[in-house]
Write a protein that binds this ligand. Sequence first.
Ligand code: ADP
Length: 643
Amino acid sequence: MTKETVLIVDDDTRNVEFLRDSLLVPSGYTALCATDGEEAVRLALTEEPDLILLDLQMPKMNGFHVLEALNRQGREIPTILITAHGSESVAMEAFRLGVRDYFPKPFKAAEIMAAVERSLTEARLRRDKEELAARLEQVNRQLEQRIEELTILYGISKSVTSLLDLDKLLARIVEATMYVTRAEETSLFLLDETTQDLQLRSVQGVGDREARPVRKSTDNAVVREVMDTGRAALIPTAGTHESPPPESRLAVPLRARRGTIGVLHATRKMAMEPFSDRDRYQLSLFADHAAIAIENARLFAEVEEQRSKLETILIGSEDLIIVTDELGLVLLANPAAADAFSLEMEGMIGKPLLEVAGSEALDRLFDLPLTSNGVRSLEIPLVDGRTFHASLGPVADVGWALIMRDISHLKELDKMKSDFVATITHDLRSPLTAIQGALALLPELGGLTGEQQEFTERAMRNVEHMDTLIRNLLDIGRIEAGLEMEMEPIRLDAVIEEVVANLLGGARSKGLVLQAVVPDDVPPVRGNHTRLMQVMTNLLDNAIRYTPRGGKITVRVEDAGEQVTVSVSDTGVGIPAHAKAHIFDKFYRVEGAETRELEGIGLGLATVKSIVEKHGGKISVESTEGEGSTFYFSLPQVEPESD
Ligand code: ADP
């Protein structure tokens, strides 16, 4: 690197030559020489040396005059003064005029060179500092500008992200693009997800105050490419054209979480400055916010649509629908529900369901255990006389959904059926008794032939079977009416023992193992002995009938705290899933070859259920078709004080 330039000024050419040839040039400096003041000023102004070695005493224009002339021109060139006539006043004047160093003649070469080196180093450092300060100031200015731009961008983005109406939002984005890019025309393209068609959705030109909504397929190649690659395009690329291009185009992708959803496009005409990388960067930043806003607006529209569909269903439903949170506070109730509880819909929201509904049965429903299909269900009578079938199920992250269906008409039908059966059975018994009597008298009219005897006995057997059926029907009627149900403490282990003893013969003859697992200290239940015998007999009789040869039947009793639980398991034909819900209905029989072969009218389990419920108990069944069934029933234990 070449060193700095030093201007030597002295009217004594020997001095000049010495300084130049012996000191400065050998040390690598460039030396300029002047032998009078005027030449010195001229050279200093034209050549701009880095340092001046200045003699004070010169004819016409002395060293001070040179310094004054340069100061007047605004030049501050570091100067070392060399003089043969040094005095304090000279030194003072020299420093006032900005002289860095001062040497009396004769000077020592080493001292002069050290001073030259020092002055130039100082000058270098000062220059570096000034350069650095200038650079810092420039960076600062750029930063301030960036902050201002980003603040504007942030403001625009924020105003956009708060919009939820998609068409208005697209218009706002296009208008903001116009502002961000100072373009002449801006447009927004969105991909139609179902048809995969890229459509122009909003556009604004210079003359338009607002963006215009459109819906038109596009074959714009630049837009297509940005959509496909997900990368911004700036056309033409800076510096590729010698003459100004006809127009400058900028297209950036609208990127959402699931990929590119569309493209923002801006155009500037020839007369304007083409788009820069900076424009691309800014528009890309804005597009990221815009894409999120579009996604939000779309999601909002979807949710709104779902909500309004749901609302239509809820409003139109005749079923009572109520949704509560985990604590049972009402979140949603349809008009049918509000109507049933004689309340205003809004009045129910936020209140505890059990409080607003004021139904004891509903309280009980919430306490029931969940069934295998994850709901609780119960018949609930309302004060207006209607009966509802209620089912309560958990809704993940929300709470509970209660659906209540009016089954009053079904209950009515059921009652009519029971009344009808009761009347008919009662009326059938009298003629049947007459037939029975007549058949019994037949032999007394004279000896019957063998064949006559056989027909009479067959008629008699069928009449007896009919009588049993009628008695069963009458029986269930009586149980349902709660007749003949005197209650007393009963030991279920004793009942089981008696019934097992009665049926053991039948089971064995069919090649079945029948066993009872009964602990010693089963607590007593409150019950009716005859009816509980009937329950055990029906369940065991079914188990024996519906279990093929070689099977096993097990009866178990358990003390379950406040209840005694009995289970009857078999390894028989089992019950198909669809039949489980109906198995306890009157006259219901599972369709199938096994059932068809066996006698029965489907009253056994209905009778069992009726008796268990009249005892305040519960009955249920678990079964796998082809593997076997287990019937469970539980009855409340006798309370301690009634022992
Ligand atoms: P039924 O007189 O037909 O036996 P029930 O009321 O006792 O009438 O039973 C109703 C239906 O339930 C039966 O027809 C049979 O299909 C089915 N069922 C009852 N108990 C069992 C069992 N232990 N195993 C398989 N199916 C059974």
